[in-house]
Design a protein around this ligand. Sequence first.
Ligand SMILES: Cc1cc2nc3c(=O)[nH]c(=O)nc-3n(C[C@H](O)[C@H](O)[C@H](O)COP(=O)(O)O)c2cc1C
Ligand code: SF4
Ligand code: FES
Length: 484
Amino acid sequence: MRVCTATACFAAQAGRHLPAVESVLGVTADDRDPDPEVSLRTVRCLGYCYGGPAALDGVTACAGPDVAGQLAGRVRPHAPPIPAADATGDPVVLAGIAGGAEDPWRTWAETVSRRTPELVRAEVASSGLRGRGGAGYPVAAKWAAAGGSPDTVVIANGDEGDPGSYADRLLMEADPARVLAGLALACFACGARHGLVLVRSEYPAALARMREAVARARADGHLGRRPHGGGVDLEIEVVTGAGSYVAGEETALIAELEGGRGCARARPPYPTDRGLWDAPTVVNNVETLAALPWIVSRGGAAYARRGTPGETGTKLVCLSERFARPGCHEVELGTPIRRIVTELGGGLRDGADLEVLQVGGPLGGFLAEEELDLPLTERDLAGHGAALGHAGLVAVDGRIEPLDVLRHVWEFAAAESCGACSPCRVGSRRGLEQVRSGVPPDEAHARMLRLMGEASLCAFGRRLPYAVRSLVRAYGERLRGWAG
Ligand SMILES: Cc1cc2nc3c(=O)[nH]c(=O)nc-3n(C[C@H](O)[C@H](O)[C@H](O)COP(=O)(O)O)c2cc1C
Ligand code: SF4
Ligand code: FES
């Protein structure tokens, strides 16, 4: 059994669900007993952040306040489906889910039979589309960097590790054809004959839906040798991830696909130069790929008119369980965060007050209530020490002590740091020890945060100090001095 202890599930019951589960099952989580009757593991996010606390019993999802009873067999296992809605009037990535959209495979058939890769690249360049997986890199620039070699591999990153985000799970489970057609278009644009979809092992339903969708696409003639009479071959394979937050980082994901540990590697070389088995490799997030059928069929200029001039298009935002109406919404980039929180989310459950809002997962940051008028863009969030990330929004109300939220952030860091570099491996453990000691940090802690931020190998260690500082700032007086 796997029990989620990540941020949205932690915020749901202030972390009390884990001792409750341990108590009803009579086992200790993460026990090293080699032959247990029940094996209970803590995991960080199962994609049920809208209805947690969540757990998986084998592949059966259990979610809700009675999760312990479900795991103990006292209550029938249940987990609500993802509430999803479009707030734009013309959905891009939710087009298939919100209804009335053109079949994404039709766009693929027309493209592969009548258009050129250059044309697809030009439409995507003019759309201004940036990667939705967190780093926000322009998609057309990444494709160009791969150089168009037929050895190129395009990987759909379905690892979605950010606690609080379940957008990729929604897309892979509810509209897998759009994700696959997007991947096919990306392969066509990059000259690649092979595409891979990596789905995290914590998403068994998404894995099954993606596999079924590939089989159907093959049977319908969308894949294989020269589909739709075009001049290219294309094969797509679905692979299961090995389960760790850092394994979603693109170099770690490639290491994992090569059979190694999912640890980040030093760059350069960048994956577009030497990636999977040294082939040029493009890694794109699932939501990024799902935008491609719309962009290719409606044109890059139409997409560029959406969102803001600097950050075009739409974004899926995911609201956590603490909201009165949790769920996944497609919004224009630039939508005021307050509108998302109050109009789409309905404020907090039971009229509770929002204390802090985590935006963009563990590598994003925290905002105070007074900061909610910010537009949802990378630029505006960065100005407040936060980041858009994958746009999970996790609400924390007043039932949780600020120091417990800080401890949770460091626990996540210490548990998920892959250990490949010492600033992050050592720093994340020191940060946790400090907060556990209950003694506010001194200048040495501030130096350690600076070192982590500057010398860590990947964005995990580099971003964590920002997340810590933003939390301390958002709580103001109540956490004063805790960033050192
Ligand atoms: C620690 C860490 C974890 C990451 N996890 C994910 C993930 O789960 N899914 C994802 O798409 N990108 C993740 N990324 C970002 C990827 O490295 C990469 O930028 C992204 O998949 C590229 O796709 P995009 O350009 O379409 O956003 C992560 C990055 C870091 C540093
Ligand atoms: S920063 Fe952390 S997660 Fe990234 S490589 Fe170093 S130890 Fe691993
Ligand atoms: S399911 Fe627990 S944080 Fe996402």
